[in-house]
Design a binder for this molecule. Structure first.
Ligand SMILES: [Zn+2]
Length: 192
């Protein structure tokens, strides 16, 4: 699947938002990739994830682990297609943890999968978590790499789509300077 085809799927499903956004990293941006909109459509998700699964085939994972909430559907569909099992990690007192009786066996081959990576903070935390539990993290992956190849992990990183989406530190944000309404995080409490 080409970059254009992946972008076209996001566009078709309304997954590319324009506005003034607060990213998880704290940076501001005028573009937001809302994978949840794409994953509304299972047949679109199946095609996108098939392309990612193909790029990941050589890693032969036993388990796909994703950070909640954004990575959950991707992780599930990736695990289904790669015949692995699927866990999601979630924050408890600010720390990424495996709850709900999810356990990793020592030496199990893990791919950490996230929908969109900007700074990779959540993915790095989940990689560290899986390693601390004795698993072998063989790779990490995302549908979109918004850093255009700038983000670095201590395991191989496989994005489906690499793109450059401009973002700014809050104090340097041109939208804030132009007096735009406060930035928001799509999907967070109280906003649509
Ligand atoms: Zn701003």
């Amino acid at each position: 699947m080409t970059n254009e085809e992946v972008l076209a799927a996001y566009e078709r499903t309304g997954g590319i938002l324009k506005g003034h956004f607060l990213l998880t990293s704290g940076r501001h941006s005028d573009t937001y990739m809302q994978s949840a909109k794409l994953f509304v459509h299972p047949e679109e998700a199946e095609k996108i994830v098939a392309a990612l699964a193909e790029k990941l085939a050589a890693y032969k994972p036993d388990v796909i682990v994703s950070p909640a909430v954004g990575g959950i559907i991707l992780g599930y569909e990736l695990a289904r297609q790669m015949k692995a099992v699927n866990y999601f990690a979630e924050r408890e007192n600010g720390e990424m943890t495996l709850r709900r009786g999810f356990t990793l066996e020592k030496g199990s081959r893990v791919i950490v999968a996230e929908d969109v990576v900007t700074t990779g903070g959540s993915v790095k935390e989940v990689i560290a978590l899986c390693k601390s539990l004795g698993a072998e993290v063989v790779a990490c992956a995302s549908v979109v790499d918004r850093s255009n190849g700038k983000v670095e992990f201590d395991v191989p990183y496989v994005p489906l789509l690499s793109m450059e989406v401009t973002s700014w530190e809050a104090e340097n944000c041109p939208l804030c300077k132009a007096g735009a309404p406060a930035p928001y995080k799509p999907g967070s409490r109280g906003v649509k």
